[in-house]
Design a protein. Sequence first.
Length: 176
Amino acid sequence: MPSERTEVQVRPGTEADLTALTDIYNHYVRETAITFDTAVFSPEERHPWLLSHPEDGPHRLLVARERVSGVILGYATSSPFRARPAYATSVEVSVYCAPDAGRRGIGTLLYKALFEALEGEDVHRAYAGIAQPNDASVRLHERFGFRHVGTYQEVGRKFGRYWDVAWYERPLGAGR
Ligand SMILES: CC(C)(COP(=O)(O)OP(=O)(O)OC[C@H]1O[C@@H](n2cnc3c(N)ncnc32)[C@H](O)[C@@H]1OP(=O)(O)O)[C@@H](O)C(=O)NCCC(=O)NCCS
């Protein structure tokens, strides 16, 4: 729906977005096993997460905002994959739409902007861990060139049952 998409601005996340971004994430924490966080966050508790995604560098936070209303429709991040220094060329990516903003192309818009932003950075691989089942996320990642590299079986427990996580990998930059 291109006409709808032009009404949506994608830009780096700021402190002013923190409450809306926390609300979106908390919805999935509370209602789903998409994320393995089990307790909701206050915006203050989420602040270090915001600060760890500056406007430049390999670790970004991009936000989709409806131009007219100012409503936050979703966000995408690239984050450290693992802490040890040799992993610095890999990022873990993630994307969350507001619960009523799915299937409008927002996820696609956010990932397009995120991967464009990462083009000049010294990053070589992107990874996404997708708790199963999640058809929407699998479709989105495959559309952006991610390939399934393996599944951790029953790696997490939430809501009293175990969940699999399928890992997806995408080459970045010259590695493509
Ligand atoms: C996954 C998510 C970000 C996709 O964003 P979106 O804006 O809904 O997706 P888009 O409209 O850009 O569509 C992208 C693809 O996903 C597909 N899709 C979207 N919602 C879907 C659904 N509910 N079921 C099946 N496929 C779906 C679209 O058909 C499209 O597929 P195509 O490329 O084959 O045509 C969104 O559904 C979401 O926020 N889900 C909850 C959070 C989540 O799962 N995040 C990912 C964590 S790994």
